[in-house]
Design a protein around this ligand. Structure first.
Ligand SMILES: [Zn+2]
Length: 205
């Protein structure tokens, strides 16, 4: 297949096409739009991209995204409740819960979920960090805010079992999140209501 675009532009467009939701036409539009940017703006964008993986790191406290190995803004906030821990699968879900503005505790980002069919047995997930947090002894309640699909439920069930050895209450948000949907697509008010009416799985004080 031949293309009428110069090779460098073609290379840029094929990189853009790797982004979610960007098809061939969108990649063309974006590539041509970038060509209109000032040299300095392009240089800055290039600089951001080339240092992205070094500068954006995992927060040592919640495993969410942070800058230069520092704590993320949520973990830095001293006014937050240190006794409630919300376990989510992804950073996107953490931000979705934050958008509800209702939850004021700590987070742990698991980094995925157990999905045996996809060969994900949970070995790459942040279970060790979860245990470490619970061993610190401050947490009184763990809210398992995972996706409401099969894998999310399987992960929640696994975690509820694992958490029985700790003196903590284990709960999950009330139904109200669309079945099979990712938590990150629910709006803030829905999430706030689901947290308000959360269901206790284990009462273990
Ligand atoms: Zn954090």
């Amino acid at each position: 297949m031949s293309s009428s675009y110069p090779e460098t532009l073609e290379e840029l467009m094929s990189a853009l096409r790797r982004l979610p939701g960007v098809g061939r036409r969108a990649a063309e539009r974006l590539g041509l739009a970038l060509l209109e940017w000032d040299k300095e703006e392009l240089r800055q964008l290039g600089e951001t991209l080339s240092t992205l993986r070094e500068k954006v790191t995992r927060c040592p406290r919640c495993a969410g995204l942070a800058e230069n190995n520092a704590l993320c803004p949520v973990c830095r906030d001293q006014s937050r409740d240190k006794t409630t821990l919300c376990v989510v699968e992804t950073m996107t879900q953490m931000l979705a819960v934050e958008s509800g503005g209702h939850f004021r505790g700590r987070y742990l980002v698991l980094g995925g979920r157990i999905s045996p069919l996809d060969g994900e047995d949970g070995s790459g997930l942040n279970f060790d960090l979860l245990e470490k947090i619970l061993n610190e002894g401050e947490i009184r309640e763990v809210i398992l805010a995972l996706s409401s699909d099969v894998e999310g439920c399987a992960t929640a069930a696994f975690l509820a079992e694992q958490l029985k050895k700790f003196q903590v209450r284990v709960s999950r948000p009330a139904s109200g999140l669309p079945a099979g949907a990712n938590l990150s697509y629910a709006d803030g008010a829905t999430i706030a209501a689901a947290f308000d009416g959360r269901i206790i799985l284990t009462e273990n004080h």
